[in-house]
Design a protein around this ligand. Structure first.
Ligand code: C2E
Ligand code: MG
Ligand code: MG
Length: 356
């Protein structure tokens, strides 16, 4: 026993190369059986990491460290698995540790910026909202897209301080634009990770971001993913209602890609469905191509939800969405996510277009 709930098995003589794997499989199958404790069946999950000594002979500490790393990887992929150590795993771990340090420092040093992508009404072609999309100005790696760091931020819980800043900053910037452009009635949409949602303080944070910025609650939309709906707990529903009580609206991002139960949709106080880009991509290919987008728009209609199409790249997609009755859309065809400076310009042009 190495400590806690960790045990090591030393296989001294290997008769065949996959002997360690066979042993691991045997151990896992034994642990599939429950233990009987005081008449109750107790199941214990097991994860196994395997490391082999190389012909160059690695030190015993290194061997254990390698097995340990493989074990953690096995664990992260769910219980009941084994993983064989490979040298690249160590590099990946080192990179991850470095990235985590960078992320922590980056949040302190305010290395993040927000870009804003216009959301347009598909009938009038007017901007009705914008989505706040974070980027990291990494001092060494340059500008990083969210997919490069949001998953790590979520795993490490650093999404909580980062998300708090994004929320406050997006509200502040939107209100600033409102001050500069009178009668600007455009909403700002902020993506919220499930980790942020699980925090007790989220409702307070949102309320504070609104009062500190002066942004009216009706102009803030929080975007959550479908995975929220899988936790169909009363607590989740109650929290969504608390957010709604502040006056903000709720949207479901990437709708159609996750697990959606229609009955959940009715139980959750949702206002907007964002149709995932993968379904918008298929538009313009006849009735089969638009089947999912059409179904989502019709469902939104009957449940009184607004629909926003994501990732519009071609004009043909707009006409089809108009026919289907989709209200709004965003995508590279209209504009990419814009820096604050570019959005300033976009807002000015929009005004001169309206006046001209
Ligand atoms: P999302 O919320 O679904 O955001 C839409 C993504 O699609 C954005 O990528 C946007 O740049 C991209 N996009 C928009 N129109 C088009 C188009 O016409 N074609 C193509 N190919 N792509 C388009 P981005 O900015 O890289 O963000 C990726 C994801 O990262 C977001 O997906 C969201 O899930 C996450 N994310 C971004 N910002 C935040 C944030 O502030 N907080 C959290 N928690 N997640 C964020
Ligand atoms: Mg989004
Ligand atoms: Mg999306």
């Amino acid at each position: 026993r190495l400590g806690g709930d960790e045990f090591a098995v030393l296989v001294e003589a290997m008769y065949r190369p996959d002997e360690a794997i066979m042993i691991a499989e045997r151990i896992l199958s034994v642990f599939c059986q429950p233990f009987m404790i005081e008449g109750k069946e107790i199941f214990v999950g097991t994860s196994i990491g395997i490391a082999a000594n190389s012909p160059q002979a690695v030190a015993s500490e290194e061997l254990l460290r390698n097995a340990d790393l493989a074990m953690y990887l096995a664990k992260s992929q769910g219980k009941g698995k084994y993983i064989v150590f490979e040298a690249k795993m160590h590099e990946a771990l080192m990179e991850r540790i470095e990235m985590e340090d960078d992320l922590r420092r980056g949040i302190e040093e305010r290395e993040f910026v927000i870009h804003y992508q216009p959301i347009l009404d598909l009938q009038s072609n007017r901007m009705v909202g914008m989505e706040a999309l974070v980027r990291w100005m990494h001092p060494r790696l340059g500008m990083l897209a969210p997919l490069r760091f949001i998953p790590l931020a979520e795993e490490t819980n650093l999404i909580v301080p980062l998300g708090e800043w994004i929320l406050a900053e997006a509200c502040r910037q939107m209100q600033l634009w409102r001050d500069q452009h009178d009668e600007l009635e455009v909403s700002v949409t902020v993506n919220i990770s499930i980790r942020q949602f699980q925090q007790r303080e989220l409702v307070d944070l949102v309320s504070r971001a609104l009062s500190n910025s002066g942004l009216p609650a009706r102009l803030l939309i929080l975007e959550i993913t479908e995975s929220f709906m899988m936790q169909d707990t009363e607590a989740t529903i109650e929290k969504l209602h608390e957010l709604k009580k502040l006056g903000v609206r709720l949207a479901i991002d990437d709708f159609g890609t996750g697990y959606s139960s229609l009955s959940y949709l009715q139980r959750f106080p949702i206002d907007i469905l964002k149709i995932d880009k993968s379904f918008i991509d298929k538009l313009g290919q006849g009735s089969e191509g638009n089947a999912v987008a059409r179904a989502i728009i019709m469902m939104g209609d009957s449940l009184n939800l607004k629909t926003i199409a994501e990732g519009i790249e071609h004009p043909g997609q707009i006409s089809e969405l108009q026919l289907l009755g989709c209200e709004a859309g965003q995508g590279f065809h209209f504009a990419k996510p814009l820096t604050v400076g570019d959005m300033d310009e976009f807002l000015l042009n929009r005004r001169s277009n309206a006046e001209g």
